[in-house]
Design a protein around this ligand. Structure first.
Ligand code: ADP
Length: 151
């Protein structure tokens, strides 16, 4: 059976840190669905979600086993609809751990079969943070070195 993992996040924007998690995830899973959590009715995104879908598709155009979707529902429900039995997440630091720990516990209570899998981020990308990139971009700073595509 195909091992399908969902890599959920806001990806506002998708960074080299995220790319690293996806590429390393491919050593474990047969297919990875990058799922952008997005609710059009109450979106307060900085980067347009359609643009981000395009940029992520462009980044992984050589990989038929990487897909990109958007969703506006419980992550676990979305995973179930796509036959994904695993949630892939990256861990940068203890703040990520605290947050991820409670989400993973709740998901296991609600959806026992869904297993969360965490990859410790590569040190060269661990400091890359989407919210700081948004801030730099807003004030016209150059963010190209943090992203796996050009904006
Ligand atoms: P969320 O809004 O769910 O935190 P993000 O888009 O910020 O979504 O992150 C999605 C996932 O990618 C999370 O598991 C997060 O820990 C991980 N991540 C974020 N930044 C990095 C990075 N620089 N290196 C590796 N993983 C990262």
């Amino acid at each position: 059976m195909k091992r399908i993992a969902l890599f959920p996040g806001s990806f506002d924007p998708f960074t080299k840190g995220h790319e690293d998690i996806v590429l390393r995830g491919l050593h474990i899973f047969d297919e990875i669905i990058i799922a952008i959590g997005y609710n059009s009715a109450k979106s307060n995104r900085y980067f347009d979600v359609k643009l981000m879908v395009e940029k992520i598709q462009e980044t992984f155009s050589q990989y038929s086993s990487i897909k990109v979707e958007t969703y506006a529902e419980l992550t676990a429900e979305f995973a179930r609809k796509h036959d994904a039995k695993y949630l892939l997440r990256g861990l940068r630091n203890t703040t990520d751990f605290e947050y991820e720990n409670s989400i993973a516990q709740i998901n296991r209570k609600l959806y026992g079969e869904l297993e969360s899998v965490f990859l410790i981020t590569s040190p060269e990308f661990a400091w890359i943070n989407s919210s700081i990139i948004r801030e730099v971009h807003k004030y016209k700073g150059d963010v190209t070195q943090f992203l796996p595509y050009t904006l």
